[in-house]
Design a protein around this ligand. Structure first.
Ligand SMILES: [Zn+2]
Length: 569
């Protein structure tokens, strides 16, 4: 056979943003070798009639650092066409960290990213101390998709400073030690440096994660290493001042970030999430554009829905911590049903939920109920009514509305609780179509008990492309592939052309969509998480090998650790 695989008669959308064309894609030895009308046969022929053939998607914002040790496939990202994930974001990586420091490193990400400490203890064979030996450990793991690892500031700081990382400013010696360890990580192939300066990131014992203790000069010194080695991006969970009420502090924080990008020459990337105050969103877009005008590079990471947590009777509800609810919620669901059908008990629960004292949530923790921000997930693509809207319509207490919906669906209905208000169409369009933005804020691998953002790629194509036509399919695919590849400096990926690595999706643009979330108990300790698959994804290939066919894993594990190298100047 002339080729290993030939994908026939597809609509080839090559990832550059230019219009798709009908044709075939031939693959040999893991790379694309011909695109167009292919004469020779393939050992495997894939019929793509009626489907789009695109590069595999690249997700720049994940927290797969722990999960990669127990989940060879890379769920749930792999079910939505993602073939490469960038991990180690927001300052959280598992290296550098010698074995004896691992409790401190784990302390940084356990709460902030809601990754089970027990699962990490059970499943991670801690065989590294510095970043290079960590990369070797990742390289040895079986993998379905590709991984890019970044050096997290909180780990780096803990490595250099021990317990002091959580309380002190860094000394010159500390900064030197961090710079050396970061440089070693980059030489071994780290894809970037990441940090967090937001109060959303706290440890289990209510202290700031280590990176938040850093003065700005420390951040500058570390980003300087990326600039000197001409390698890697800076990803940052930006400081709360950027979103604050005081225009002066907002301006000051934006100026610092812009100067950092321009002076260092390092690509800087952060969340650009619709749902923020419109003025602040505009300010952030202006910062990105001004940085570009001054010769720097800045990229906003967007989201297709706004960040939400998934709540429901099968997992958790905002009311669970109230004493009146706690007892019932510890019972099996059939017994909860009986209690909810008792009018006296039900009234007591509704009263408690309506007047209860709720603890403040940090980051993505379970928030107090705000019924104007809780939607019923009847439709996984289009917006749904809020509980407040339904309560008004039905002249009912909002808690009663949730209980009725739950009882009527045998507790299977999910509710999406958004952390921000509904977004105006103007804000959505400003972000979704911005040339310096990509759809990538999935947080995949984090918050697995409640957040289902790993489906944003499928949602993006279903809602913003098919339903709303705010972007063309080609423009959307460009964000998920070619544009992402160039920002994260991935050579030969994110594009369908001869010579490129054959990470490829075959997608039905008419049906691609996320499916309803499901509860599974498959964490290493048997703990539960939510998973969400998609429909309309016919085949995903990684390095020329089919990984999924019609949603089923083929058994292949062709994924690799992708080591970054300096970008030629
Ligand atoms: Zn993150």
């Amino acid at each position: 056979m002339a080729f290993d695989v030939v994908i026939r008669n597809g609509w080839v959308v090559d990832g550059t943003g230019r219009p798709g064309e009908m044709g075939d894609v031939a693959i040999r030895d893991g790379r694309i070798v011909e695109v167009g009308a292919v004469d020779g046969g393939g050992a495997q022929e894939i019929d793509a009639e009626g489907h789009a053939v695109t590069p595999g998607f690249i997700d720049g914002h994940t927290h797969m650092d722990a999960q990669v040790f127990w989940d060879a496939l890379g769920t749930c990202s792999c079910w939505h066409g993602v073939t490469t994930v960038v991990m180690g974001n927001c300052g959280f990586s598992l290296a550098p960290a010698p074995v004896e420091q691992r409790a401190l490193v784990v302390r940084n990400l356990e709460r902030a990213e809601d990754i089970s400490g027990d699962a990490m203890a059970a499943a991670i064979d801690w065989s590294w101390d510095d970043f290079p030996s960590y990369l070797d450990a990742i390289e040895r793991l079986p993998k379905g998709i590709n991984y890019v690892a970044q050096v997290g500031h909180s780990a780096l700081r803990t490595y250099a400073m021990g317990e002091r990382a959580f309380s002190d400013a860094a000394t010159e010696d500390d900064i030197e030690a961090m710079r050396r360890a970061l440089a070693d990580g980059l030489r071994a192939g780290a894809g970037g440096f990441t940090t967090s300066r937001t109060a959303n990131h706290a440890t289990s014992d209510n202290r700031p994660v280590a990176s938040r203790l850093a003065h700005w000069t420390e951040v500058e010194a570390l980003v300087g290493v990326l600039g000197e080695q001409r390698q890697g991006v800076l990803e940052m969970a930006v400081e709360d001042d950027i979103y604050g009420r005081d225009p002066e502090s907002r301006r000051e924080a934006r100026d610092r970030l812009r100067h950092l990008a321009v002076d260092s020459g390092v690509p800087v990337t952060f969340g650009l999430l619709p749902g923020r105050d419109e003025l602040i969103l505009r300010e952030m877009i202006e910062m990105i554009e001004r940085t570009k005008a001054e010769g720097g590079r800045m990229l906003g990471q967007t989201h297709s829905r706004g960040i939400s947590i998934m709540i429901g009777f099968q997992t958790r509800l905002p009311f669970d911590r109230l004493p009146e609810w706690r007892e019932m919620r510890a019972l099996p669901l059939p017994q909860q049903r009986e209690m909810l059908l008792d009018q006296v008990v039900r009234q007591r629960l509704v009263d408690a939920a309506s007047s209860g004292q709720y603890a403040r949530a940090v980051g993505a923790e379970l928030r107090p109920p705000r019924f104007d921000r809780i939607e019923v997930l009847w439709d996984t693509v289009n917006p749904n009514p809020t509980i407040e809207e339904l309560a008004a319509e039905r002249r009912q207490n909002p808690v009663d509305v949730m209980i009725d919906i739950a009882l009527d669906s045998n507790f299977e209905t999910w509710f999406a609780q958004y952390s921000t208000p509904r977004v105006s169409d103007e804000s959505w369009q400003a972000v979704l179509r911005h040339p310096n933005a990509v759809m990538t804020f999935s947080d995949s691998g984090a918050h697995v008990s409640q957040i289902m953002d790993a489906s944003i790629q499928a949602h993006f194509l279903a809602y913003w492309v098919r339903e709303r036509q705010v972007l063309s399919f080609e423009q959307a695919v460009h964000q998920l592939t070619g544009r992402a590849a160039s920002w994260w400096q991935l050579q030969d990926r994110g594009v369908i052309r001869p010579g490129a690595v054959a990470d490829v999706n075959v997608i039905d643009p008419a049906t691609i969509a996320p499916l309803q979330p499901k509860v599974v108990n498959d964490l290493p300790t048997g703990a539960r998480r939510l998973v969400q698959k998609s429909t309309g994804m016919k085949t995903t290939l990684v390095a020329g090998q089919p990984l999924f066919v019609e949603g089923e894993h083929t058994g292949a594990l062709p994924g690799r650790l992708l080591r970054a190298s300096p970008v030629p100047s």
